[in-house]
Design a protein. Structure first.
Length: 156
């Protein structure tokens, strides 16, 4: 059986963190259950936590003229909600459970406690969060480039 520590170790945002740091964060985190069709959070809500999906499936979507546009599918081991820890802005998208989900919620307050306890480990996790957001931004940029290319191709 995969432990919570093992799950976190496999994730890029927790890369390079000591076991004692992961245990410290888990002690300060919440275990949450979200039922099929319910939301972890909605677009434009204030956010101050990152989630790690332990089980189930969820989708990230944004609303456009009342219709949900799916941006990404989430599965066990995925993390989401990290942008709110970096930019302090409202949530840019909604995350809805497609099946019953179990997740670890790590709050900004837990990260502040880590900062007070071990600034090097705090810096590591914040750099990892920045790298993850950068990776996703590059992916979005690549997708936009591909879309632009496909729209500019001549029609035979």
């Amino acid at each position: 059986m995969v432990t919570q520590i093992d799950l976190l170790r496999r994730m890029p945002i927790f890369g390079g963190l000591k076991s004692e740091t992961l245990e410290f964060l888990l002690d300060l985190s919440n275990e949450i259950l979200v039922s099929d069709g319910d939301y972890f959070f909605r677009e434009q809500e204030r956010g101050n936590s990152v989630f790690v999906l332990e089980s189930g499936r969820a989708e990230v979507h944004r609303l456009k003229q009342g219709d949900a546009i799916v941006l990404r599918k989430l599965v066990e081991g995925d993390c989401f909600g990290e942008m709110a820890l970096i930019d302090f802005m409202p949530r840019s998208a909604s995350v809805m459970a497609e099946t019953n989900c179990q997740a670890i919620e790590i709050s900004g307050k837990a990260l502040i406690q880590l900062h007070k306890r071990d600034i090097e480990q705090y810096a590591m996790i914040m750099m990892n969060l920045g790298r993850e957001v950068s990776r996703r931004l590059r992916l979005a940029g690549d997708r936009l480039f591909e879309l632009e290319e496909s729209l500019s191709e001549p029609i035979d």
